[in-house]
Design a protein around this ligand. Sequence first.
Ligand SMILES: CC(C)(COP(=O)(O)OP(=O)(O)OC[C@H]1O[C@@H](n2cnc3c(N)ncnc32)[C@H](O)[C@@H]1OP(=O)(O)O)[C@@H](O)C(=O)NCCC(=O)NCCS
Length: 160
Amino acid sequence: MDDRTPAQSRVEMTQIVMPSHMNYRGSLFGGIVVQWIDVCAAVSAMRHAGGGNTVTASIDRLDFLSPIHLGDVVILQSQVNYAGRTSMEIGCRVESEDPATGMRRYCTKAYLTFVALDDASRPREIAPLSPETETEKRRYADALRRREERLASRRSLLPR
Ligand SMILES: CC(C)(COP(=O)(O)OP(=O)(O)OC[C@H]1O[C@@H](n2cnc3c(N)ncnc32)[C@H](O)[C@@H]1OP(=O)(O)O)[C@@H](O)C(=O)NCCC(=O)NCCS
């Protein structure tokens, strides 16, 4: 299978915050942001995996650093940071934009692991990732470290 680059899985997704997205305190409901992150990352995963079925295996800790308001534009950007045999880490960055001023605010970033599945819903092999730029190489190394931590904590979750 030919290597793929992070750029080949890059996705930018834009949303407008509508009344149905709000929590009772008047800011964007966190669960909606998680849903948008999952969709954006899923498209990156599908691009890397060459289509077919992919599932979310895990989402790392999320911190929401600034509230997002009604009418704001939300911009999500994702790409594959690391690919293993059947799984891949996707990084997704979320910013909000005030349409009146154009000012952007960093809201959060997320790391998700997706697994590619075959027709029988078994993990299926994916292409290796070839990072090209210095940033992509740094992200690859960081993702490899996070993968080890994730798999160690997963082992502790499994029933004995
Ligand atoms: C994710 C899932 C396919 C893994 O299946 P599995 O039989 O446990 O697969 P394996 O143990 O062989 O692991 C397959 C790959 O996934 C990775 N993986 C599995 N669970 C993981 C987790 N919780 N976090 C990170 N990576 C994980 C493994 O490291 C392995 O990666 P590699 O091939 O790149 O080395 C399975 O647990 C599943 O179907 N979960 C439900 C997914 C789902 O429905 N998501 C939607 C939200 S509910």
